[in-house]
Ligand binder design. Structure first.
Ligand code: FPP
Length: 244
């Protein structure tokens, strides 16, 4: 099968549990998570995935212990600086998706630098959802559309969403053996396929990515239509028609 998703989105869950298993502080798990993300960006690029979106820090993550939050902020700034040359060499364009108003000057500056430095890259897009929540996104889009005096409908909201620069994700992966969406891409994942991995994020490797892509290739995406309405034969064509 050669059906590679154009856009993969990932909830990188399990860093804390990975660290606990090794009797390490939680931030050591996040550090390992950055290594896993680097490997994943490169593996996605090699497989022809054009857009990768990752959930790095949610609107709700501020409620974690102060030490973990500040550790994550420091790690974020450090990792961005360190990874930038490789991202440039690989032609990866970075976008930060989320509320920027309450970020520290240091974090905001490193985000702006990374975005402007990679602006000319066109091989792959990496969206980093940071201080992001799906509900926040819908609310900010509605506020923008109404401030422009436009009617609120699907097209106007879609164009004001934080990920309006890319198509909706084809495949959403969540690691860490949890099966929920956790306020990630509530609008954009309406017709995404989901793949839940038992691997903790620091353990997520090329083999597990390939499992997710192979599973995606086996799925029949109907977008609300019946199997009979779809073109060509499909391995799932005999299955009943749900909401699709
Ligand atoms: C969830 O695991 C992970 C996070 C909240 C942070 C993920 C962030 C990174 C991998 C770093 C990103 C860095 C850059 C530069 C993009 P968890 O802590 O909820 O794990 P648990 O469920 O085992 O507790």
């Amino acid at each position: 099968m050669n059906k590679v998703p154009h856009h993969i989105a990932i909830v990188m869950d399990g860093n804390g549990r990975w660290a606990s298993k090794k009797f390490l502080p939680r931030v050591a798990g996040h550090r390992q998570g950055v290594d896993s993300l680097r490997r994943c960006v490169s593996a996605c690029g090699q497989r022809g995935v054009r857009v990768l979106t990752v959930f790095a820090f949610s609107s709700e993550n501020w409620n974690r212990p102060a030490e973990e939050v500040s550790g994550l902020m420091d790690l974020f700034v450090m990792a961005l600086g360190r990874e930038l040359p490789q991202l440039q060499a690989d032609g990866v364009r970075l976008y930060f998706v989320g509320e920027r108003r309450n970020l520290s000057v240091k974090v905001a500056a490193s985000i702006e630098l990374a975005e402007s430095a990679t602006r000319g890259n066109a091989r792959m897009i990496l969206n980093i959802c940071f201080n992001y929540g799906g509900r926040w996104d819908i609310v900010q889009a509605a506020a923008r559309v109404s401030a422009q005096g436009r009617p609120i409908d699907e097209a106007s909201l879609s164009s004001a969403m934080a990920l309006a620069h890319v198509d909706d994700p084809d495949l959403v992966i969540r690691t860490g053996a949890e099966q929920r969406i956790s306020n990630f891409l509530l609008w954009q994942a309406a017709y995404s396929e989901f793949f839940f991995s038992d691997k903790l994020w620091p353990e997520f490797d090329e083999a597990e990515l390939d499992c997710a892509i192979q599973e995606f290739a086996r799925r029949e995406r109907r977008f609300g239509r019946t199997p009979e309405q779809l073109d060509g034969p499909s391995p799932c064509a005999k299955l009943g028609s749900g909401q699709g």
